[in-house]
Write a new protein. Structure first.
Length: 164
């Protein structure tokens, strides 16, 4: 099956998703840096504490936006692409990473200490790797579309020659 325009995420929705993911990544990275890289033993203790708290609040709030956008992708992007057998491997990988991030984010607040520690590590690793998974999925989609467009152009040229 060819690539339908409904499988490509609309521009506004794509912009919201990408901006939210960038803010999510940056807020997580700032929290990680303030939590693990900087030791609060100087006069900037309050700045570090504020950075940690604010970045965590932003991270949680933007995560909710990402959850809504991901949910909105199900009918017109995920399901239609699945039925058309498009980009399944990277799509399943990306969905798996998002599900694990959602679960580990939940466990950071509501699990016992052992599961919380494991979830924290997994959440950090997956969060830092997420941009690579997203970019990989996008690049695979674009490569597929370019290939499909070349096929269509070739078919049109063949049909034009047949008419002449």
């Amino acid at each position: 099956m060819g690539c339908s325009s409904t499988m490509k995420i609309p521009k506004k929705q794509r912009s919201i998703l990408y901006i939210s993911l960038i803010i999510l990544f940056l807020s997580g990275a700032i929290w990680w840096g303030a939590n693990f890289l900087i030791k609060p033993e100087t006069e900037i203790d309050s700045f570090i504490y504020t950075s940690r708290s604010l970045s965590l609040e932003i991270h949680g709030g933007v995560a909710m936006v990402v959850l809504m956008v991901l949910g909105s992708l199900i009918p017109n992007h995920i399901l239609k692409s699945w039925r058309a057998k498009l980009n399944r491997r990277s799509g399943v990988l990306l969905i798996t990473v998002f599900v694990l991030l959602i679960l580990t984010g939940y466990f950071l607040y509501y699990a016992d200490e052992n599961l919380r520690n494991f979830s924290s590590t997994l959440h950090l690793v997956l969060g830092f790797l997420l941009p690579f998974f997203v970019i990989g999925h996008i690049l695979r989609s674009r490569a597929f579309r370019r290939k499909e467009n070349k096929r269509r152009v070739g078919r049109v040229k063949i049909q034009e020659r047949a008419v002449l």
